[in-house]
Design a protein around this ligand. Structure first.
Ligand code: HEC
Length: 139
């Protein structure tokens, strides 16, 4: 009887963990799906479909050492940047245009996509974390 109760408790714990994980997982998939669409619309022209960049004009996002600083990436997506910057040892000095029309949620979805695809992450960068970062950009 005690053993049965024990395995029942273990089972309930397992079910609880699974459903909790899958809610997070569903959210992650939703962010990524939106992120892919946004990337194709607003970024792929320059950085290309696989994030490989374009010659000496547009830096690669895939494998970019710039991704180390996520707050900088979040600000860059909305406010753009006027070089020069160095990515993986190579200099770039063309401007990346600002995209002020992107909402906080869209910036969060793009960031989630970038870091899941090219930053080695498998989690959401929630809009709740992105909003305060966007407020600080340029300070
Ligand atoms: C008109 C071309 C263009 C578009 C569109 C564009 N970028 Fe960029 N991006 C650039 C250039 C040029 C740089 C280098 C800027 C510099 O020299 O300061 C850059 C730099 C970056 C960097 C930092 C370096 C790197 O590549 O790792 C990231 C990350 C990035 N862009 C992401 C994005 C995302 C996400 C979008 C879409 C929301 C986007 N860019 C849209 C041209 C573009």
């Amino acid at each position: 009887m005690i053993r049965l109760a024990g395995s029942l408790a273990a089972l309930l714990l397992l079910v609880g963990t699974l459903s909790c994980q899958s809610e997070e997982e569903i959210k992650r998939q939703r962010y990524i799906t939106e992120g892919i669409l946004l990337y194709k619309t607003h970024c792929a022209n320059c950085h290309q479909d696989k994030g490989q960049g374009l010659a000496a004009l547009y830096p690669p996002i895939a494998g970019s050492d710039y991704l180390v600083n996520k707050n900088k990436v979040i600000c860059l997506i909305r406010y753009g940047q006027q070089g020069p910057i160095v990515v993986n040892g190579k200099p770039y000095n063309r401007p990346m245009p600002a995209q002020p029309q992107l909402s906080d949620l869209e910036v969060a979805e793009l960031t989630t996509y970038l870091y899941n695809e090219w930053g080695g992450e498998s989690k959401v960068t929630d809009v709740k974390a992105v909003t305060p970062v966007l407020k600080q950009c340029g300070n």
